[in-house]
Write a new protein. Structure first.
Lengths: 80, 348
């Protein structure tokens, strides 16, 4: 098990009701994180964009996350 | 050029008189005269940008006034683009302004964008943002994006010299997002976002500093934290004319004359309201008001062909679009079938 610190932005932070959360992931994969967010917060997978160390990663490639990586979950904003 | 007016910015080593001249030669189209537009427009004008287009089909409401500072209570219900234009051209007479009092449409976007050097995305609609992106790709124009969610905003500049586009960052429109009206916003947040946009345009015009390209800047005005996220540039050759038309333009309705329609086996569909005069009744005639069309598709399932008409022809085109999506053989009656005498309640 790896304990990851996840930062939430925009509407995602409103839905999760927090700006950071510590999440335990077995294999440390982006797909695990997406699955966690989908199950716990009913977030649409297509609407979540994951950045690992400030780099937005393709959710199709299933990148590995290491324990001290900075992980962010964001989505497009609409307002103007 | 009034040197004295711009002397404080000309004094900057990065600007100078040559830079000021560059600003005067640049034309910028600002899409949206809402919260972002109200911040970006006066500051672009104040910097001495040569020409500024303002496009917005919306009108001013009371709830706009706290953040859309070009407007006052005297302007309520008036067109935002027109009021902004009047206000700005009085304050900045050396800038050439054009107001387009309509919403950006796919049909006109490509022609319009060709007239400008930079496009500023100051809209509050995700759908229009994808239209701006794709039209910028097709016309090879850079665009400066900002969008706001409560106390946070995102800002990035796209499509400059082969840099990434909005679709590289967010390939497809999201399923659920809220705009300012739903989420709430402070005037200062949206103004800061708009000023970042003005700053990007100015740097681009002058060729100085660094632009926010191939990355997204996310600013949280509550915590004063800034985050930069880089993204991979993706192939966008699929954004071509055919893709654009398929994505944004309604297919032109297929037309048929009333005479030819009578010879074929089909149903004449009247999409007017039941209370609209005249009431019609003839063979193979059916009335389903446009707004009830989708839930009454079952009534059309047995028809081999459907010939649509209404009072002016406008609703028929929308109905054609809806029914076409459901794979039905549909036609609009040519010229809205003057043969159906809608005044004298009969088919001539």
């Amino acid at each position: 098990m790896m304990r990851m610190k996840i930062n939430y932005f925009g509407e995602i932070a409103d839905i999760t009701k927090q700006t950071t959360e510590h999440v335990e992931l077995k294999d440390g994969l982006v797909s695990e994180l997406l699955s966690y967010l989908l199950t716990k917060y009913k977030l649409h997978v297509e609407d979540m964009h994951i950045a690992v160390n400030h780099e937005i990663v393709s959710t199709y490639e299933d990148v590995s996350i290491r324990e001290h990586d900075e992980v962010a979950v964001l989505s497009p904003f609409a307002g103007g | 050029m009034k040197i004295e007016k711009y002397i404080r910015q000309i004094s900057l080593p990065q600007v100078g008189e040559a830079g000021q001249q560059k600003l005067g030669q640049v034309s910028v189209l600002v899409v949206g005269a809402g919260g972002l537009g109200n911040a970006v427009l006066p500051y672009l004008a104040a910097s001495g940008i040569g020409a500024i287009g303002i496009i917005d089909g919306d009108t001013i409401t009371m709830s706009n006034l706290h953040r859309q500072i070009l407007f006052s209570e005297n302007d309520l219900h008036q067109l935002k683009a027109k009021v902004a234009y009047e206000r700005l051209r009085t304050q900045f007479p050396e800038v050439s302004f054009v107001a387009y009092t309509e919403f950006l449409a796919a049909e006109s976007a490509l022609t319009l964008f060709k007239d400008y050097d930079v496009i500023v995305d100051a809209t509050d609609s995700i759908d229009i943002r994808y239209l701006i992106n794709d039209a910028c790709v097709l016309t090879n124009k850079p665009f400066v994006h900002a969008s706001v969610y409560r106390f946070q905003f995102q800002i990035a500049t796209f499509n400059i010299d082969g840099s990434g586009t909005y679709r590289c960052l967010y390939p497809y429109p999201p399923k659920t997002v809220q705009n300012c009206a739903e989420a709430g916003v402070m005037p200062s947040t949206v103004a800061i976002a708009g000023l970042y946009q003005a700053n990007e345009v100015i740097k681009y015009a002058l060729g100085i500093g660094e632009l926010i390209i191939n990355k997204l800047l996310l600013v949280d005005t509550l915590t004063n934290k800034q985050h930069q996220f880089s993204y991979q540039k993706k192939d966008h050759t699929y954004i071509n004319q055919i893709f654009y038309e398929k994505e944004y333009m309604k297919q032109p309705a297929e037309l048929i004359s009333f005479e030819d329609a009578l010879k074929q086996d089909g149903l004449f569909l009247d999409v007017r309201q039941p209370d609209e005069e005249p009431k019609l009744a003839f063979e193979n005639y059916l009335q389903i008001p446009l707004q009830n069309l989708e839930e009454n598709l079952f009534q059309l399932s047995g028809a081999n062909r459907i010939f649509i008409f209404c009072q002016s022809g406008k609703r028929s085109v929308v109905a054609h679009h809806i029914l076409k999506k459901h794979q039905l053989a549909v036609f609009c009656l040519k010229d809205n079938a003057p043969e159906i005498d809608k005044k004298n309640h009969k088919v001539l």
